[in-house]
Design a protein around this ligand. Structure first.
Ligand code: C5P
Length: 217
């Protein structure tokens, strides 16, 4: 695993949650810790790749010798990723991007008044879908965090987003998903080959993802 098999390759990884502001004080986010994406960035760097990590807010140290671009919202992630896309050989989208954002961000703190508060949300752009449409040399890897019908939803996303590989995990399983140091995943490639990776550290899974993805370089 640890040889320099990605030397000379440019790999962009996204990680963490996005934060969608409601007003200057509050935001809507999700439970992503960023660990899976940070592990992928670390593994790719150790294997010789030049790595850019586009990260939402997390509490973990970025890996050494990786260029980190910090963003907050999905729109900021969209801009950062598209700016880098042309030069990349591989893009691995491990971030949990917010699907919706508040339609308006209030300039001032929203004051407590009525018993109910309705926040209207609008759809964020699907970054990976956009990358799939513009794909040239880039190997594209997506994630699918599901709570049911995992494999069929994941295959659907692989096709719809024009991916080479999708990493599917059932986030309700013990030892899988958000926050922890381990994960249980299926890797499904574009020819339909499906590999189950039993409970392993996120770093070990990162290496397996790179092993599969590099066959498309
Ligand atoms: O469709 P879904 O959001 O479940 O797809 C998950 C994959 O798509 C992940 O790789 C995620 O990073 C990416 N994604 C994205 N932009 C979005 C939503 C998801 O790049 N707005």
């Amino acid at each position: 695993n640890q040889d320099q098999d990605l030397a000379g390759k440019r790999v962009l990884v996204t990680a963490g949650p996005t934060c969608e502001s409601i007003d200057p004080i509050r935001y809507i986010t999700n439970h992503s810790s960023g660990k899976m994406g940070y592990s992928i960035a670390e593994a790719a760097q150790k294997r010789g790749a030049t790595v850019v990590l586009v990260s939402g807010p997390t509490h973990i140290e970025p890996p050494l010798n990786v260029e980190v671009i910090q963003i907050k919202s999905a729109l900021e992630m969209y801009e950062a990723v598209l700016r880098q896309y042309e030069n990349q050989d591989m893009v691995i989208k491990a971030a949990a991007v917010g699907d919706y954002r508040p339609a308006l961000k209030a300039d001032q703190k929203i004051k407590k008044s009525d018993d109910e508060l309705v926040i209207q949300m609008v759809k964020n752009p699907d970054i990976l879908l956009e990358l799939g449409k513009r794909k040239k040399q880039q190997v594209l890897v997506g994630f699918a965090a599901e709570t049911m019908n995992m494999l069929s939803y994941a295959k659907g996303k692989l096709e719809k987003k024009n991916l080479d590989l999708i990493v599917a995990n059932n986030v309700t399983e013990n030892g899988a998903g958000f926050g922890g140091d381990t994960n249980i995943v299926y890797l499904i490639n574009r020819s339909g080959k499906t590999i189950k990776i039993e409970k392993s550290s996120k770093l070990e899974i990162a290496h397996q993802i790179l092993n599969e993805a590099k066959t498309y370089l």
